[in-house]
Design a protein around this ligand. Structure first.
Ligand code: PBG
Length: 331
């Protein structure tokens, strides 16, 4: 018989009481490892709840300010902001409007908190284009990669000017990180604005509820010509390595729970700070099952968020950030 890896073959000694289990607990989720994604919508006077995402709303600038104060009080110091504009066009030009709703939100939060919170801006076009794709279209209906990159670069510079600490390109265009880095450097943001790159983002059915919240469902087709095929792991790692070479400061794997293997592999391959996005569908599934009484929603949510950290994510982006932070504070 092989010698036991546990002292005298008795691993249960360390599981006997809550105090002993706490002592040897390996992964600790803390509020400062959580990022809350938030939606700010132009042209509304009251926050609008998102039906498919319990606890999530489209915010006015005023309600956004209140929400971030509450999050900060709970220990969540980073938010990822999505703008939902009142008008859309084929180019998505509101994305680089210096007075656009996302830019207004960034400025308001910077006014409220100074550098006391980290502000991340989503840098993509699908919330801004009339067709819902992540870049401008060619005549044949495909997304024009390099034109999208030019638009992302303009949007990123506008967001940096409005106070974003990091911009987060989520469109999966080739070369998007390099294009944005060059634009930020050229506009004087070399030393102050970083890039959190959605490097390993899959063409997933788990984004469904988000598309209600951000009003960005593609009006035709899908995103399979730019987002990764869910079956491909090696390609996900290579995308991460490419983004590091292009200048990404933080990497991002998305979705998280269904792609924990990629969380682990990207971390091992890069040793770069890593975020994982617990996406809208992953959040909604737990709520939906809990509503039916099919599982204990609180325990399930805490378990999956801990699992994302255990797999190697330094930070977890989740709609449950505020809830989880408050639960952690209760002990
Ligand atoms: C689009 C974007 C999406 C999400 C974040 N940014 C949707 C998509 O790619 O279709 C999804 C996030 C979620 O589901 O929570 N730029």
């Amino acid at each position: 018989m092989q010698p036991s890896p546990f002292p005298h073959g008795r691993p249960r000694r360390l599981r006997r009481t809550p105090a002993v289990r706490t002592l040897v607990r390996q992964t600790r989720l803390t509020p400062d490892r959580l990022i809350a994604p938030l939606f700010v919508k132009e042209g509304i006077t009251e926050p609008q709840p998102v039906a498919s995402m319990p606890g999530v709303a489209q915010h006015t600038v005023a309600s956004l300010r209140d929400e971030v104060k509450d999050l900060r009080a709970a220990g969540v110091g980073t938010v990822l902001l999505f703008g939902v504009p009142a008008t859309k066009d084929a180019d998505g030009s509101q994305a680089w409007n210096d007075d656009g709703v996302l830019q207004q939100g960034l400025r308001a939060l910077r006014d409220d908190h100074g550098d006391g919170v980290a502000l991340i801006a989503d840098t993509c076009l699908d919330e801004y284009t009339s067709h819902g794709h992540c870049g401008p279209l060619r005549d044949d209906g495909t997304v024009d990669n390099d034109a999208a990159n030019e638009a992302y670069a303009r949007a990123a510079v506008s967001q940096a000017g409005a106070g974003a600490d990091l911009v987060a390109p989520s469109g999966m265009m080739d070369g998007q990180v390099a294009a944005i880095r060059a634009a930020l450097d050229g506009a004087g943001f070399a030393e102050r604005t970083g890039i959190m790159a959605y490097c390993t983002k899959y063409a997933s059915a788990l984004y469904g509820p988000f598309r209600d919240a951000a009003e960005c469902a593609p009006q035709f087709g899908d995103r399979t010509t730019y987002q990764l095929d869910p079956a491909n792991a090696d390609e996900g790692v290579r995308e991460a390595l490419a983004d590091v070479a292009e200048g990404a400061d933080i990497l991002l794997v998305k979705p998280a729970v269904a792609y924990l293997d990629l969380v682990w592999r990207v971390k091992q391959a890069t040793r770069v700070p890593l975020a994982a996005y617990h996406v809208s569908g992953e959040y909604a599934m737990v709520h939906a099952a809990a509503e039916r009484g099919w599982l204990d929603g609180d325990r399930a949510m805490a378990e999956v968020l801990t699992s994302i950290a255990r797999a190697g994510a330094d930070v977890v982006i989740t709609y449950a950030a505020g809830w989880m932070a408050r639960r952690l504070a209760e002990g």
